[in-house]
Design a protein around this ligand. Structure first.
Ligand SMILES: [Zn+2]
Length: 281
């Protein structure tokens, strides 16, 4: 049932289950190539799901994945979706120097643009790692020719977040034209709560996300930015043993419910790409 005329942005961060920041301490990057890849198959399932609902989405592609699965990029572009950049090696921007950040982003951008034969307009940092300590990253993205970044989660969180950032699209002071389009939050009382996807979407009951997206659309009169990952619809992925309790809960909680929740989300709201919603030209 379509119950709101506003169109929201659906985004997918295309990375594999072993590349999430929460596993950094447990899985060495040097071992990534030895692990069974599931990202291509999971992303294909997402493409089929989106086709069934005639929804276009933005795919923030990791360069590491693009290099190993180039045909996946072709299928995303052929499906009419927006291709965007998630950096090359999924290192948080807060752990990089300005030069390392620039090198990582431009390596991914060049590679993905070459394979996809499209210009990338959007970038998303690994684990929403642009915040108050590294706002120079916006300037770098501006210089590299991006039109928008969706790299700030304007909440308080132990791994990421910039609670003082604007909740909705804004032009950072140090950029010429780049926009920052934060992940969506909802105000309850005086506090901001996350409602833009990821682990929060799996943690809270679906009705909370439905209510929150509706509230942002109707009360704030703003489009939402929602994200998820291919590994979130894959409850059969290899389990990482010997990880701490919080990491285990965050990664594995309700994976088996995720696809059904996504189906409800696709049916209950209208969706499109970041480019279509936020870039008017
Ligand atoms: Zn990521």
């Amino acid at each position: 049932m379509i119950d709101d005329p506003m169109i929201n942005a659906l985004t997918v961060d295309v990375e594999d289950y072993f590349q999430v920041s929460a596993f950094e301490r447990y899985i060495s990057r040097a071992d990534w190539d030895k692990l069974p890849c599931r990202v291509e198959n999971n992303t294909d399932r997402i493409l089929t799901l989106l086709d069934n609902y005639n929804v276009k989405a933005t795919f923030f592609m990791l360069g590491w994945v693009a290099k190993r699965h180039p045909h996946l990029i072709n299928r995303i572009v052929e499906g009419g979706h927006e291709l965007a950049c998630h950096g090359y090696s999924h290192v948080r921007a807060t752990l990089q120097t300005q030069q390392q950040f620039r090198n990582d982003v431009s390596r991914a951008k060049n590679l993905i643009e070459d394979i996809g034969c499209v210009k990338l307009r959007g970038y998303r940092a690994a684990s929403y790692s642009i915040g108050s300590t590294n706002l120079w990253a916006h300037e770098v993205l501006d210089e590299l020719g991006f039109d928008y970044s969706s790299s700030i989660y304007p909440i308080k969180h132990d791994i990421y977040g910039m609670p003082e950032a604007p909740r909705f699209s804004f032009k950072p002071k140090n950029t010429l034209h780049l926009l920052e389009i934060p992940i969506t939050t909802v105000i309850i009382g005086r506090r901001r709560y996350p409602c833009g996807g990821g682990g929060f979407f799996r943690l809270f009951p679906y009705c909370f996300s439905h209510w929150a997206i509706n509230k942002v659309n109707k009360v704030d009169k703003q489009a939402c930015v929602f994200y998820f990952h291919p590994w979130e619809i894959d409850p059969c992925q290899p389990k990482q043993m010997d990880i701490d309790f919080k990491t285990r809960v965050r990664h594995y909680l309700n994976l088996s419910c995720m696809e059904a929740r996504l189906v409800r989300l696709l049916g209950d709201f209208r969706w499109d790409t970041m480019e279509a919603i936020f870039l008017s030209d």
